[in-house]
Design a protein around this ligand. Structure first.
Ligand SMILES: Nc1nc2c(c(=O)[nH]1)N[C@H]1C(S)=C(S)[C@@H](COP(=O)(O)O)O[C@H]1N2
Ligand SMILES: [Mo]
Length: 227
């Protein structure tokens, strides 16, 4: 039997005992356990969504051209160890693979996307968010921003993806590196990611300032904010 569709399957290479210890500690503390995601059958397609086989491109219309030599990622704010990663130091982090579904607020969903890259867990293990960190703001090379609760950013199958279906992510889909947070609407999954800022309070990103929901849970149809 292979991987169960719709569940996170991870191969963290190599198996890092420090990381495993961190995950075990989080599990014991019950930390970051909201929003966990394995779903099957009738519950797999969120309300109001329809399935597509292709992968649509949606964004603000600017596709920044960031080669791997000029790409870098800053991790800043309420963390013990801020990081400035270039392509080489990013590639040196453990590599993970997940299979997950995409749910876009414009009502399309796409099943079984195979991602490869650096898991958010591995990043968190290195930067160590401070106790007062509650949210993150993601910033991208096209000027896009989106905000997330830390507990949603920190789910097991969230990944800074460099590959989709075994191929490097194309520029239009956010290459060289995009975030994928599969259990929230896809606008939270920032393409061309440039900065992750840990915050001690929630702030609205681009779409959130324009009426989209602060959290964006597809199963609760958190499409637009109430006010
Ligand atoms: N940097 C950046 N990331 C972004 C966007 C964007 O405009 N800029 N659009 C978001 C929206 S609204 C969606 S639906 C998905 C689309 O990703 P895709 O084009 O790979 O399907 O990217 C999200 N991430
Ligand atoms: Mo979207």
């Amino acid at each position: 039997m292979g991987e169960t569709p719709g569940t996170a399957s991870e191969t963290a290479l190599p198996l890092d005992s420090k990381l495993t210890a961190t995950k075990r500690r989080w599990a014991e503390e019950g930390r970051f356990l909201t929003g966990r995601v394995a779903r099957s059958g009738d519950h797999r397609l969120p309300p109001g969504q329809h399935l597509v086989k292709n992968w649509p491109v949606l964004d603000l219309g600017q596709h920044p051209s960031i080669g791997t030599t000029s790409w870098s990622l800053d991790v800043t704010g309420a963390v013990e160890t801020p990081l400035h990663l270039n392509w080489a130091t990013f590639q040196a982090l453990p590599q993970s693979r997940f299979v997950s579904d995409i749910h876009c607020v414009t009502t399309w969903s796409r099943y079984d996307n195979r991602w490869q890259g650096v898991s958010v867990h591995d990043l968190l293990d290195r930067v160590r968010p401070k106790a007062e960190a509650t949210h993150v703001m993601l910033r991208s090379y096209d000027g896009y921003t989106t905000n997330l609760p830390l507990a949603d950013f920190a789910v097991e199958d969230a990944i800074l993806a460099t590959h989709w279906e075994g191929e490097p992510l194309t520029r239009e889909h956010g290459g060289p590196v995009r975030l994928v947070v599969p259990h929230l609407y896809f606008w939270k999954s920032a393409k061309w990611i440039e900065r992750i800022d840990f915050m001690t309070a929630d702030r609205a990103g681009f779409w959130e300032k324009n009426g989209y929901h602060m959290r964006g849970d597809p199963w609760a149809e958190e499409r637009y904010s109430e006010d």
